[in-house]
Design a protein around this ligand. Structure first.
Ligand code: ATP
Length: 430
């Protein structure tokens, strides 16, 4: 069968409570795959499909089309795999949403705050997907939940190396997930919390504080609660970071995906009033290789500057004089305790601002533009705890003329002149 666009077309008839899973091959010269709902009702990760509308999925997409009542769909193009599964944990996920919704109703009645939920588990268990579903279900019943993104490796909200919060006002877009307008973003600087766990915990606390303040003045946000997506690092300091997050956000519910030991540990270590729930992962979640994750991170940065599919951005390239900016790295390299100056602890070194002298090795690094006011010396102390207003990439450094060239989403001048360097680099191949 062939569609009008000349692509191969395959029809799938799905029984109730089953899902069609398909993957689009990764790579550049790969054809996109289109999805069309013909009859019945279906959803992709909690967002309903419109009938007779073609949804396009690009290289590397891994999608599940789930139906509660049964439906038929067409796929146009050649997916790498496509199969129907009857075995999905969707009913458990929906029940979880129903339980959270009960908590919101109760919060509304009793003038309390709604559920704060932390989603945890190792890598590739579908944490982000579960967050997306729970958030979309919540907005579909009129709630305004907040997504807290603590996954510094694969952020769904901003570029990698950041933690952030986003108020969710409409269900995720089927093709592009949540529309990211005015998120609150903090600079972390690397793709794993382990590089600076003190900073990671500090930023988690900052987000918790800002969220709590918002809840105090915004009843809908308070009742909506939050869904916190975490990193897949669940041992040692990674585990401690989860416990810290639970405490600083005062979470009520922890959803543990597919990890019994983690479930038992959290049950043991969190206060008894925190509901810790073990949920299975979906068999559809596909393991992603290191390269795959790196590509996804690169793509996220490219999107920040260039936009995606329907929405193209045109970034600017201009020169910045070294003397006009202050560049810092957060955290001094750790030194043995015995070498620390009297009265100083390791914590202090991890949160310390270290001035960076611009040199050739700055090339390709992503820099966060801090929101602190220029020239506000008092603010220096709080740079670490201030949100960022955007990102630039250094594309060239000329030490002779003391000038660097940057890629920026906005034309010159930079809105602020305090920059924080990330470990993360981006090579602009466009
Ligand atoms: P990370 O370790 O990077 O945080 P994660 O645990 O958050 O990963 P997800 O990002 O939610 O995992 O899912 C991994 C991939 O699997 C995504 O590309 C997602 O689209 C896909 N996926 C999730 N659920 C299903 C499903 N039921 N069928 C097919 N693909 C799925």
């Amino acid at each position: 069968d062939a569609s009008s666009s000349g692509k191969v077309c395959t029809r799938f008839d799905l029984e109730k409570e089953t899902e069609l899973r398909f993957e689009v091959e990764a790579g550049e010269a790969v054809d996109q795959v289109e999805l069309e709902l013909l009859t019945g009702m279906a959803e992709v990760f909690g967002s309903e499909l419109n009938r007779n509308k073609k949804y396009t999925f690009g290289p590397g997409s891994k999608i599940a089309v789930f139906t509660w009542q049964g439906c038929s769909v067409n796929l146009y193009g050649k997916p790498e795999v496509a199969y129907v599964s009857k075995d999905t944990p969707m009913l458990l996920y929906l029940n979880t949403h129903a339980a959270l919704e009960q908590m919101r109703k109760q919060a509304e009645r009793e003038n309390e705050r709604g559920p704060r939920v932390m989603v945890v588990g190792p890598t590739d268990v579908g944490k982000s997907t579960v967050c997306r579903m729970l958030l979309s279900y919540a907005v579909r019943v009129g709630r305004r939940p907040t997504l807290v993104e603590l996954d510094v490796g694969q952020s769904g909200v901003s570029v990698p190396g950041t933690v952030s919060a986003l108020c969710i006002e409409r269900p995720a877009d089927v093709e592009e997930s949540f529309s990211v307008q005015a998120p609150l973003v903090y600079h972390f600087g690397s793709t794993t919390p382990g590089t600076n766990i003190k900073l990671y915990n500090k930023l988690t606390s900052c987000l918790a504080e800002v969220f709590s303040q918002r809840c105090e003045v915004n009843r809908k946000a308070s009742v909506g609660g939050c869904i916190i997506n975490t990193c897949g690092w669940v041992k040692g300091s990674g585990y401690q970071a989860l416990v810290h997050c639970a405490s600083t956000f005062q979470v009520d519910v922890v959803l543990v995906l597919d990890h019994e030991r983690l479930y038992n540990e959290l049950k043991r270590d969190l206060p008894h009033f925190v509901r810790v729930v073990l949920l299975p992962k979906s068999g559809g979640v596909v393991e992603r290789s290191k390269e795959c994750r790196r590509d996804a991170r690169d793509e996220k940065i490219r999107e920040y500057f260039y936009g995606f599919r329907g929405l193209s951005f045109f970034p600017f390239s201009f020169e910045v004089r070294f003397s006009d900016v202050r560049i810092y790295k957060i955290g001094a390299p750790s030194i043995p305790d015995s070498c620390l100056p009297l009265g100083m602890s390791q914590d202090d070194t991890q949160l310390k601002l270290v001035p960076v002298t611009p040199g050739r090795d700055l090339t390709y690094h992503v820099l966060s533009v801090s929101s602190v006011e220029d020239g506000d010396e008092d603010a220096r102390k709080s740079i670490v705890e201030s949100p960022v207003c955007g990102f630039i990439v250094v594309t060239n450094v000329d030490t002779q003329t003391q000038v660097m060239k940057v890629l920026s989403p906005a034309p010159r001048p930079l809105p602020r002149h305090t920059l924080l360097i990330m470990d993360i680099r981006f090579m602009d191949m466009k």
